[in-house]
Each structure stands twice: as structure tokens, then as C-alpha cells.
Design a protein around this ligand. Structure first.
Ligand code: ADP
Ligand code: MG
Length: 221
């Protein structure tokens, strides 16, 4: 069964931008189902929120409202993000520009990472720290396009060193073998030491991560 059938996707979707033509399923994360769609030949992403219970996160507020607020904060930074085109809190969806590139997790799995990209990632995290926030550094949330990193999820959390780039996210970027298996299977045991708590495998990656931190991090966390 195709993923389209699996999720029983509609062919069209009536939005504030007009009628969207649904092209395909592109991702299901912790907060929603993301679909590639088009309106008047423009490609967009339609994110339909769901209310899945997760052991790692609890959303006490409307997710569309949270992402809208996060978008407005991120828009004031130098971080490249897709433009938010519509946010509908009542119908629980948002529409954003499609970033036509390669998702970072795939990029990592294909050993396509280079130091210029890692450097950009640390510039992003430095700017986030300066305004006291963490973004979700997991590589599914970034798309590489023309050698630039776009943060395509709008998730934002108050800064906590436990979930910052140096102590948490960077280990997923360093784990190309694990990411290869994770992409194939979606089994988090390939990238997490404690899949129940979202804690990455660190020990075999420590030397690589240290080199990156020594070269690019200004955070003495
Ligand atoms: N604007 C976009 N451009 C390209 N791909 C996107 C875009 N938005 C989402 N995606 C794809 O959809 C997936 C899920 O989107 P995301 O917003 O991270 O959802 P969640 O909050 O559920 O994690 C991403 O991992 C990415 O593959
Ligand atoms: Mg995401």
C-alpha cells in the first residue's frame, strides 16, 4: 500500500489560498502530517496537525498557534525558514513554502555532509542561544538547498542546555551510519542510546563531535 493510500489522502484541499492540489505525502513528524501540494503551479507544504501522544513532548497549546508564534520569532533572525503562507487555528493546519532540496537526515545518510554545513549549523545555534531559544536540531527538520540550511519546522523551545546543539542535536548529524539505518527502518534504536527518552548515541561519535565543537562552537556549555 502506498503512503497516500495509507493515510487516505484527499486529492484537493480547500484553503485560504484557494484550492490546493495534493501531490504527495512528504513526512509525518511528532506534530503533524506534511503533504506536498500546489496552488497555481506554486509548490507548498500543507501541514495537518494531529494530536498524537508522545512520551517526550506535551503540547499544552494549539500547535498551529505555537508554530505561528515561533515563526514570528524566527522571522526576526537570520535563520533561513520557509515563508508561512497560511495558519488556520480553527481547522488545525498551516501552509508554508516548499523548500525544494534534500532533507538533512538523507544528506547525512548519503555522506554528503561537509564542514561548511556544520559551520552554518553552529552559526544558527549561536543565534538561537543569543535569544535564549533552542530549535529542534534533529536533522529531519532541516532541508539543504544550494549549500544553505533551511529550518523547515517552526518548533521553538526556551533554551535548555540539555537539548541544545552541542549536547544533543549534533550527535544525530555525526551519526551517518545510524542515520542510514534509521531512514530505512524508522527504528530509533539506530540513533538513540535510550530510545524511550530521545537521548542520542554519543560514545562512538565523541571524537568527531569534539572536533566540530572545537572548530565551530562558541558556546561553553
Ligand atoms: N517547507 C518544507 N519544504 C520541504 N520539506 C518539508 C517542508 N516542511 C516539511 N517538510 C518535510 O516534512 C517533514 C515533516 O515536517 P515538520 O514540519 O518537521 O513536521 P513535524 O512537526 O511533524 O516534525 C520534514 O521532515 C520534511 O521532510
Ligand atoms: Mg519536524
Amino acid at each position: 500500500m502506498s503512503k497516500e493510500e495509507l493515510f487516505n489522502l484527499p486529492k484537493t484541499f480547500i484553503s485560504g489560498l484557494g484550492e490546493l492540489k495534493i501531490e504527495k505525502f512528504i513526512g509525518k513528524g511528532k506534530s503533524g502530517l506534511s503533504l506536498l501540494a500546489s496552488v497555481e503551479e506554486i509548490k507548498v507544504v500543507l501541514k495537518l496537525m494531529h494530536n498524537e501522544v508522545s512520551p517526550f513532548y506535551s503540547f499544552t497549546d494549539n500547535k498551529v498557534k505555537l508554530e505561528k508564534e515561533a515563526y514570528s520569532i524566527l522571522s526576526g533572525t537570520n535563520i533561513k525558514i520557509p515563508k508561512l503562507l497560511e495558519a488556520n487555528e480553527v481547522k488545525n493546519y498551516l501552509i508554508k513554502e516548499y523548500v525544494d532540496g534534500i532533507v538533512a537526515s538523507e544528506f547525512i545518510a548519503k555522506n554528503m555532509l561537509n564542514d561548511k554545513i556544520i559551520e552554518q549549523l553552529f552559526v544558527i545555534s549561536e543565534e538561537m542561544l543569543s535569544i535564549n531559544y533552542n530549535i529542534d536540531y534533529f536533522p529531519d527538520n532541516f532541508v539543504m538547498k544550494e549549500n544553505s540550511i533551511f529550518y523547515i519546522d517552526y518548533e521553538l523551545n526556551k533554551y535548555d542546555p540539555k537539548w541544545n546543539l552541542e549536547n544533543w542535536g549534533i550527535y544525530y548529524w555525526a551519526n551517518d551510519e545510524g542515520m542510514k539505518n534509521f531512514i530505512k527502518t524508522r527504528n530509533a534504536a539506530f540513533i538513540n542510546s535510550d530510545p524511550g527518552r530521545g537521548i542520542p548515541i554519543k560514545e562512538p561519535l565523541a571524537a568527531k563531535v569534539k572536533t566540530w565543537i572545537d572548530s565551530y562552537s562558541k558556546n561553553d556549555c
